[in-house]
Design a protein around this ligand. Structure first.
Ligand code: ZN
Length: 94
């Protein structure tokens, strides 16, 4: 467990989780501005493209193929920055 994901002194587990989620929302609002999304033809997920890293991820409302979701966000039932941005994109394209 890295220092960033550890609870801080005096912090409850709820406060810790909400801090970790806020950090991801902040990242979604800044670097996520540039993400591109496209529904896959299977209709079961969308592709998220990060033009800065050149990486593609498969995103749904509840899952993402990025390392953060796999190792940190997912196991704690948090949304990674891609999911946060995906939900906003879906909201705006409906
Ligand atoms: Zn992700």
């Amino acid at each position: 467990m890295s220092a960033m994901t550890k609870a801080r002194p005096g912090e409850s587990s709820e406060q810790r989780l909400s801090r970790l989620q806020r950090e991801r929302i902040d990242r979604a609002l800044t670097e996520g501005e540039q993400y591109g999304f496209q529904e896959d033809s299977s209709g079961t997920f969308a592709w998220c493209f990060n033009p800065v890293s050149g990486r593609f991820y498969q995103v749904t409302e509840q899952s993402c193929t990025c390392k953060d979701f796999e190792h940190r966000a997912g196991p704690q039932s948090l949304a990674c920055k891609h999911i946060v941005r995906f939900l906003a994109w879906r909201e705006n394209t409906r």
